[in-house]
Design a protein around this ligand. Structure first.
Ligand SMILES: Nc1nc2c(ncn2[C@@H]2O[C@H](COP(=O)(O)OP(=O)(O)OP(=O)(O)O)[C@@H](O)[C@H]2O)c(=O)[nH]1
Length: 600
């Protein structure tokens, strides 16, 4: 393929604005798949992704398009995730592209995530082509939304195509616009090989597969390549593209995007962002890589059955082969035994990992309340990172605790400014800026990350009836008056229930937590005292009253199978419980802190 006939682009869209539907239309129009094969959205491959309707892993599809001029063009569409937790994958995908389609739902308007992703695209010098989708909907307001794109994002949208990815209206015009308005890749076809690893994943049959963008030179099957950061050489055994069916090829040329397989054992052998070159004629320098992602949220996960620990370790190792953002290390809790402390990009990432572990690896796990990473300045002048409240040094040894602060940008219709501001204040937010952008308002707030982790996302959706959207960046660590809130069950401190909270909120949190735990801990044969404490000071308590009767008592002397059934039923119910001392604590109790503010 002539280099000037290649177009590499991605589709930027907020969740549900129609990115996958549009990509599917492209595939259909260019003949990549028969209609009957189009029953499911093709870019979302993973079953959990499909169920939740979100795109996690960046994927690339190559299509061949015959333009109105008669020329054949090669399109490489790089899929990008829309959720804020995965924004780092967006910037990775953008590195492989010269252009981006910005898809905005004309019935919804611009949302924070599209703004953030669009800025990233513009910073990376991509040509951005706005498209107004869902104009078939009755409540679509393309004029207003075009205006909003100009006001909020600052790119011209007067000529933005008005389409319906669902009915197919005007979609062919988008393909023509891609040819006419997005640039072809630059790069030297005769230069030494430089290929960027955009993504790597583990395939059970093929081993490590890497998605690469050939920046300079070309690469062929059977050649020896070198991974520049490690200096290791590998022979390419297979390469190709997805159309979206997997198609093997002999060669990938300058400007192309495709996958390679080179007998690499684990994804750390082909790190994302790394540069590949030819072993026999290496290039001088690495391509600029991507920003390394840092997990921001940590939680402990413990197998309910201690014997599952080794299985759990193996499952995590396997999962990491496909998810380089996942970090974990063994953790030993007095209450929950052996488990792992796992780092996640955000709450959604945490939920997905937990779900995959349970579903794909059949593990039964207890997850503790998520925590952010704190910086603790000790009286010895040392700075320690603490991601587990149980590991906070004794108060006497702490000079200062610093918490991560983010800048959150909330985009919403003016009607909701009041209630959103109130929510931000409640979350210890400090307003930085408030701007009217067309028919929307952008509020910029500095907020402690810990508050956002709790339930900000859900609360924001509910106070704005789903109209507000937000995205955030990490700003800095900042000193705050923080304390560890311990929970005691029948007088014993349960390490896995400890949280770090602001002193001003400690009393309310403690009280709410005790109440919530009282609701979720099942009654047992004895009274259970639940207490919240700061240091040795008890600040709240509640009691789960004892059951009066033995649940199986009424079956005595009677039908044995009925008794067994009852016990089995109890066992089912026990699945997500952990015996802590003499008390059984269910999963909900460990996550009680997530919901404490909700009921107010
Ligand atoms: N009426 C109408 N509905 C559309 C149109 N395009 C997409 N949809 C619907 O909008 C919903 C979301 O579309 P998707 O394509 O899954 O959205 P997405 O942006 O890929 O979402 P994520 O993968 O979660 O980021 C689906 O129910 C689509 O059927 C359109 O042009 N008109």
């Amino acid at each position: 393929m002539k280099q000037e006939n290649i177009r590499n682009f991605c589709i930027i869209a907020h969740i549900d604005h129609g990115k996958s539907t549009l990509a599917d239309r492209f595939i259909q129009l260019t003949g990549g798949l028969e209609l009957r094969e189009m029953t499911e959205q093709i870019l979302d491959n993973n079953p959990i992704e499909r169920e939740r309707g979100i795109t996690i892993k960046a994927q690339a599809v190559q299509l061949h398009y015959r333009a109105a001029s008669g020329e054949i063009y090669q399109f490489n569409i790089i899929d990008t995730p829309g959720h804020v937790d995965f924004s780092y994958e967006v910037s990775r995908s953008l590195f492989a592209c010269e252009g981006a389609l910005l898809v905005v739902d004309a019935s919804q308007g611009v949302e924070a995530q599209s703004v953030a992703n669009c800025y990233t695209a513009l910073e990376q010098h991509l040509e951005v082509l706005p498209v107004l989708n869902k104009v078939d909907l009755q409540n679509a307001e393309p004029d207003r939304v075009a205006d909003e794109i100009e006001q909020v994002i600052g790119i011209s949208a007067v000529d933005a195509l008005r389409i319906s990815a669902k009915t197919g209206l005007n979609v062919p015009a988008v393909l023509e616009a891609v040819v006419a308005q997005l640039p072809a890749p630059k790069g030297d076809p005769d230069g030494r090989l430089q290929a960027l690893i955009v993504d790597s994943w583990f395939d059970n049959y093929l081993g490590v597969v890497s998605l690469v963008r050939i920046v300079n030179g070309s690469i062929a099957k059977g050649e020896k390549i070198r991974v520049m950061s490690t200096g290791k050489d590998y022979e390419i055994t297979m390469m190709g593209v997805h159309t979206p069916k997997r198609v093997f090829k002999e060669k990938l040329e300058t400007g192309e995007v495709g996958f390679i397989i080179a007998g690499i054992k684990d994804i750390f052998g082909a790190p994302v962002g790394d540069t590949l070159t030819r072993a026999s004629a290496p290039c001088g320098e690495q391509l600029p890589g991507f920003r390394q992602v840092q997990p921001r949220v940590f939680a402990g996960m413990f197998p309910i059955d201690a014997e599952d620990f080794e299985d759990f370790r193996e499952s995590l190792q396997k999962l990491r082969l496909n998810d380089s953002a996942l970090q974990f290390e063994p953790e030993n809790s007095t209450a929950l035994g052996f488990g792992f402390r796992i780092g996640f990009l955000g709450m959604l990432h945490m939920e997905i990992v937990q779900e995959r572990l349970e579903r794909e690896y059949n593990l039964n796990l207890i997850t503790t309340a998520p925590s952010v990473v704190y910086e603790v300045l000790t009286t010895q002048g040392e700075v320690k990172k603490v991601d587990n409240p149980a590991e906070l040094p004794e108060p006497g040894n702490i000079d200062e605790i610093r918490e991560p602060i983010i800048v959150a940008r909330v985009l919403m219709p003016p009607d909701y400014v009041g209630s959103v501001m109130q929510l931000c204040m409640e979350k210890r937010g400090v307003q930085r800026n408030l701007r009217y952008l067309g028919s929307q308002v952008q509020l910029e707030v500095e907020m402690p990350m810990a508050e956002v982790v709790l339930d900000f996302f859900d609360r924001l959706k509910s106070v704005s009836r789903g109209y507000a959207s937000f995205e955030y960046d990490f700003l800095e660590f900042r000193a705050a008056d923080l304390v560890r809130l311990d929970v005691l069950v029948n007088g014993d401190k349960v390490d896995a229930l400890a949280t770090i909270v602001h002193r001003d909120n400690a009393y309310n949190r403690g009280r709410d937590l005790c109440e919530k735990m009282q609701d979720v801990i099942h009654r047992q044969m004895f009274d259970i005292a639940i207490q919240a404490a700061i240091g040795s000071k008890i600040i709240a308590r509640s009691t789960v009253k004892a059951l009066r009767k033995d649940v199986t008592a009424k079956c005595y002397g009677g039908d044995a199978s009925r008794k067994r059934k009852l016990l089995e039923k109890q066992k089912e119910g026990k699945k997500r419980m952990k015996q802590v001392g003499s008390v059984e604590i269910p999963q909900e109790a460990f996550l009680a802190v997530l919901g404490v503010d909700k009921k107010k």
